[in-house]
Design a protein around this ligand. Structure first.
Ligand SMILES: [Zn+2]
Length: 499
């Protein structure tokens, strides 16, 4: 039995002005044909998990095409169409396939293609015929109504920070093999809720998602249920698919189970509020609190598509003369200037260049360490084994602490990127983390306290900081009195409301 593997993967932030081009995919992950299996085998990715599971199920994984880009602006039409054409050509050229496993994220926004994930499945369906197609989705997928109809099963991550990608890819492959061998498909049901939630409120270990995910697990354990997912969605991908969704695939009564889970989420809707602290108050808390304080620069979340050069917290640290901080800034021009000089000391304005929203630049000054192109392997729980290329780096020992200037954007999914340039985060007074939740995989193990800061950027947790154009209405909490109610009275526990 042969199972084709592929996908097009991006979390699109429609508030980022620059488009995502084919080059962004080529630079991040871009594997075609046999090189896909060789490149992703053994990685903690969805297709890596599917490849591993293929061995256990004694089926042959056939690489088609996988293109992934880091979160950024809307994907250019030509980039998507090129990758879809490669996928189609590979599927046509492959020996007869008995099923497909696709890694599609679910929150990609493409110019001119209103539901790109559904379009990928429909296009491949036309090539491979009526074989089972399983799709793995990110926790932040904004699932539309077509995808669950076109794909035979959807499997969403159940962790945030995302640490279960390989398991979910393995699940998708196992269910595709089961469908192919048994010759039958489960019923499936998506329920879309009129509910918008932000990343800091979506952590798997925090309420209300801990209760929602426990209920999802409880559903999965019921006889006849193949899989269930609770997908909070991505608030920064404006469009008509925006919002929370739940999904169940089961031998029977899938609709009833999905409505039950949706009802639980809806009853907990008020608990998704995210408390935010102003930069000055956050720095004051870092100055007197247990170290290291993680100052979460929520809105400049690189993993959510923000540039990573926002300076709000550097200015706030300097304003209160707090030292001993660690901050990473994406600033290729500053790195270039640092490397062209040879002096031990450096003074230059860093960050805040990408958009006035993220500035003004911060006047960094101090001893400088220069590093040639830095590349490392992630050793933490998040995408372990993935190679990361930071480009050239300059570390300035500024009065506020170590300012790490990088040529490439570096997502704080690990603390290997700091160790690689001899910066010790565990002993810092404060760590500026440009993320929402994913930074926990890097710093939570030794964080003294965490403060979520109301900063400017493209991923603000204050929904009042965003101007939506095409989202559905009503969406709680932006519209306060939606009439929608899940028509359910189920057995799932609603847990304890968050304080
Ligand atoms: Zn995600």
């Amino acid at each position: 039995m042969r199972i084709g593997l592929g996908g097009i993967w991006q979390e699109t932030n429609t508030f980022v002005p620059e488009p995502t081009t084919l080059e962004h995919f080529r630079r991040y992950q871009f594997f075609t044909g046999g090189e896909l299996v060789a490149a992703l085998r053994g990685t903690g990715t969805e297709l890596g998990g599917a490849i591993e599971a293929a061995g256990a199920h004694r089926v042959t994984p056939v690489g088609l095409h996988f293109g992934a880009a880091l979160p950024a602006g809307v994907v250019e039409r030509g980039a998507f169409e090129t990758m879809l054409a490669i996928l189609n050509a590979q599927a046509r050229a492959a020996p007869a396939l008995d099923g497909l496993v696709l890694s599609l994220h679910g929150a990609m926004v493409v110019d001119g293609h209103p539901d790109p994930e559904a379009e990928v499945v429909a296009a491949l369906r036309a090539v491979v015929g009526d074989v089972p197609i399983g799709v793995s989705l990110d926790y932040h997928a904004n699932v539309g109504t077509d995808l669950p109809r076109l794909a035979d099963v959807l499997v969403g991550y159940r962790s945030y920070p995302h640490t279960d990608m390989a398991e979910r890819g393995a699940d998708a492959l196992a269910m595709v093999v089961r469908m192919a061998r048994a010759g039958r498909r489960p019923q499936r049901q998506l329920v879309k809720l009129p509910l918008l939630t932000v990343p800091p409120a979506q952590e798997d270990a925090g309420e209300p998602m801990r209760t929602v995910l426990a209920a999802t697990d409880e559903l999965c354990a019921r006889p006849g249920v193949w899989t269930a997912s609770a997908l909070p969605g991505f608030a920064y991908a404006d469009g008509d698919r925006l919002g929370f969704a739940v999904y169940v695939a089961a031998d029977d009564r899938a609709a009833e189970a999905a409505r039950e889970l949706a009802g639980l989420v809806w009853r907990r809707r008020a608990d998704f509020a995210a408390p935010l602290v102003a930069p000055a108050a956050a720095v004051a808390a870092a100055a007197r609190g247990p170290a290291p304080t993680v100052l979460v620069d929520v809105a400049d979340n690189i993993g959510g598509g923000s540039p990573g050069d926002g300076t709000a917290l550097l200015h706030a640290l300097a304003g209160q003369r707090v030292g001993g901080a660690v901050a990473v800034l994406w600033d290729p021009a500053a790195v270039d200037r640092a490397h062209r000089g040879t002096g031990e000391h450096l003074a230059l304005a860093v960050g805040g260049h990408s958009d006035p929203l993220l500035g003004p630049p911060y006047p960094a000054a101090g001893r400088v360490r220069r590093y040639g192109p830095v590349s490392y392997l992630r050793t933490g729980s998040y995408m372990r084994g993935q190679r990361v290329d930071m480009g050239r780096v300059a570390v300035v020992a500024d009065p506020v602490g170590s300012i790490v200037l990088t040529e490439n954007r570096v997502v704080p999914f690990d603390d290997d990127h700091l160790r690689a340039v001899e910066v010790a985060a565990p002993t810092a007074r404060a760590i500026v983390a440009k993320g929402a939740i994913a930074w926990k995989a890097a710093f939570a193990q030794y964080a003294g306290q965490t403060v979520y800061v109301r900063t400017p950027g493209y991923c603000p947790a204050g929904l009042d900081q965003l101007t939506y154009r095409t989202r559905p209405r009503p969406l709680y909490p932006l519209e306060q009195d939606p009439t929608w109610e899940a028509s359910v009275t189920g057995q799932l526990s609603t847990g304890q409301p968050a304080g």
